[in-house]
Write a protein that binds this ligand. Structure first.
Ligand code: PLP
Length: 405
């Protein structure tokens, strides 16, 4: 008997190497900086709770009640009926008619996206994904051994999709178009004309539209309409969750709503099959969905105002730094400024140097798929205004030094 190899590392799958998750990966370096005694300001993860925004009490009560009432068993794989009905009623009231039997309650928007992509894309298939992107799409497509085909968002036009570029990417293997609107990482909201063009483009090519609307209630001017309102017969799946506008990201509770078009009947059946395979999402938290969608939403008014004030400060202060430009966000809690980098440097080296010198942690644009030499970075501006002001002081002093080094 030979035991020669039994202590060798267990090999890992190649798919793991096909994506990186910069938003979390960069934290390892931040922890080293912290261990060396510098206070780190974490502007990398879009978690409002981490910055003191509170989950509305009536949601907490709904979950606490469910726990006390012993709702601790498995639930239906598609979600409990009151949650599915509340989601259907919410979309229908907003002009996108959805029936409860086409709603699935998921472990956040994230699981909904994974279920939908798994249901429609085979290995080798193509999916059109915005760039800069939200890295989950790259990660899921890598797992499915499918290809992300990245269409450009144009900072020169307020981060609107480059529609000519999008059109040039379609192949016979293309299955779906991902739209993130309101957008992470750019904070952009697309006007109805752009949305209509995206929908008719998808229609023309028989593509499923995956509408990531997780920031839909966080437009600074009020909730943004769902895509389905523009064409209720379009082949659309909308995704959202309690994570952002209901301030409960740790609950991992969200939903997907599949449009009523008969073209989507097979997709509903495929998603149901996959959902059966993972049994159900977190049952006690599902009780918060109807509480959220049918209860008091006044926290959203306050949250949107807080976000608008932070966005204004962010844009004003960043634009005042020589060599920095920034498109003003109109929703969510992200800004994507651009630093005119000295030749030979990258966004990652800028971000790491900024972190080591000041403790300010942002994510480099190349973590969202942008060219490293373009000098983009993403800032999460959820910190209190006074703290943001200090952070932008630190960034201004550091950037001046970096440019002149
Ligand atoms: C565009 C986008 N989609 C999906 C998600 C995942 O959200 P959830 O917590 O609902 O899974 C996020 C989280 O930051 C996001 O920004």
């Amino acid at each position: 008997m030979t035991t020669a190899n039994t202590r060798a590392s267990i090999p890992t799958a190649a798919r793991v190497h096909r994506f990186t998750y910069a938003i979390r990966n960069i934290v390892a370096e931040a922890q080293r900086v912290e261990a060396a005694g510098t206070r780190v300001r974490y502007l990398n993860i879009g978690d409002p709770v981490a910055f003191g925004f509170k989950t509305p009490p009536h949601l907490v009560e709904a979950v606490a009640r469910a726990l006390k009432d012993g709702r601790n068993g498995y639930g239906p794989s598609a979600g409990i009926a009151p949650a599915r009905e509340a989601v259907a009623a919410e979309y229908t009231a907003k002009g996108f008619p959805v029936s409860a039997d086409r709603v699935f309650i998921t472990a956040g928007t994230s699981e909904g996206i994974e279920l939908a992509l798994s249901a429609v894309v085979d290995g080798g298939g193509d999916v059109l994904v915005p760039m800069p992107t939200y890295p989950l799409y790259t990660a899921v497509l890598a797992k499915l051994e499918a290809h992300a085909r990245y269409y450009r968002l144009d900072p020169g036009r307020g981060w609107m999709p480059d529609l000519d570029h999008l059109r040039s990417l379609v192949t016979p293997a293309t299955r779906a178009l991902v739209v993130i609107d309101p957008n992470n990482p750019t904070g952009a909201v697309y006007p109805a004309s752009v949305r209509r063009t995206l929908l008719s483009f998808a229609d023309e090519h028989g593509l499923l539209v995956l509408a990531d609307e997780v920031y839909g209630d966080l437009g600074f001017d009020g909730p943004v309409e769902p895509y389905g309102l523009l064409d209720p017969d379009a082949a659309i799946i909308s995704f959202s969750s309690l994570s952002k506008a209901y301030l409960a990201p740790g609950w991992r509770t969200g939903w997907m709503a599949i449009g009523g078009s008969p073209r989507l009947d097979d997709v509903v059946a495929a998603v149901k099959k996959l959902a059966d395979g993972r049994l159900c999402s977190t049952v006690p938290m599902e009780y918060a969905v109807s509480a959220a969608l049918q209860g008091d939403r006044s926290h959203q008014l306050a949250f949107r105002e807080a976000l608008r004030a932070r966005a204004t400060l962010t844009v004003d202060r960043l634009r005042a730094i020589t060599g920095v430009s920034c498109v003003a966000p109109t929703a969510a809690f992200y800004a994507m400024p651009r630093v005119q980098l000295p030749p030979g440097t990258t966004d990652e080296s800028f971000v790491l140097s900024l972190l080591r010198a000041t403790g300010v942690l942002c994510v480099y644009g190349s973590g969202f798929g942008l060219p490293a030499e373009d000098g983009f970075l993403r800032i999460v501006f959820l910190a209190p205004l006074e703290e943001l002001a200090q952070i932008y002081d630190l960034m201004a002093a550091f950037t001046a030094q970096y440019m002149n080094a």
